[in-house]
Design a protein around this ligand. Sequence first.
Ligand code: FDP
Length: 325
Amino acid sequence: MEFEQTFMNFLLEHQERHRRTGHFLVLMDAIISAAKHIEQYYITGALKGHLGQAGKVNVQGEDVMQMDDMAHEIIIHYLRTTHRVIHAVSEESEEIITLNEDGRYFMYFDPLDGSSNVAHGLPVGFLFGIGKRNLTGKEDFHLRAGKEYIAAGMFIIPTGTLTIALRDAGAWRFHIDETRNYVRPTRIVLPDNPKSWELSFNATNRYTYRREVQDWIRDNERKYSFRYMGALAGDFHRILTNGGMFMYPAIVNHPDPKKLRPEGKLRLMYEASVVSFMCEEAGGHAVNEHGVPILDIKPAGHHQRTALYVGSKQLVDDITKVLKA
Ligand code: FDP
């Protein structure tokens, strides 16, 4: 018989090769358990009636879906059981959640990214970034920039696909087998050939972007296919495989002042930094509205927003020139 290498085998090899502890495996096991648990609720959600709204608004001023609440609760439960997580920063909690002061890791996550897809049971994502406490000097519990993460990943729900990037060790994709194990590590490297590249942004917003970004789109859009499913995890998943660029620029020209987003829409710590970390490990790049690398931005607050341009280095470098002009 032939067996596939599992995610846990892969991680164990990685940890041993780099003479690391087994703590990270415990954390990853909890993250996988949480993802599978969320996925089961999601798959049966239409039947059981929990794909609707929860009837409240979150810290970001957005309507909370029942599934957002459930996914948050599930993840916190599994993280707590590891005894290895100090703080959790979740999109669904206004405060930073302290889990175990003696823990080793910081976890930043969006439990269910892409809420407009939830009512339809279409792809959503569980996005996470992981930081590690300072083991030698004094730990100051500062909010970490993406370049300080040790790993970042995402589960696409309901397909179950896992993509994870380990610092300086590449971005890897795993598929779920019939026993629900994650298997067959495949290294992801963004393709050089522009033939497969795609552009992804909310086309409704294009005339709300600053003039230079609108001009860049006009000059470049015909060269690439356009794809947008409205869930960062899903859209970014395509970009990682096909190359191109996902962007969520700042909204600076909206007639309704309430819809202006000069800082961008996406959250730095658990959305933009997570996908940017994965993208850089796959050979890509990511910047904000000023052309500053996303991974260099040290957050001033844990729910800070940012504009995001992420994808193939050549394209991101090209738009960076425009952003910096
Ligand atoms: P959503 O608000 O639907 O949860 O996290 C924010 C996010 O989704 C991303 O997943 C997605 O890329 C983007 O916002 C979609 O925003 P628009 O509806 O404005 O396109």
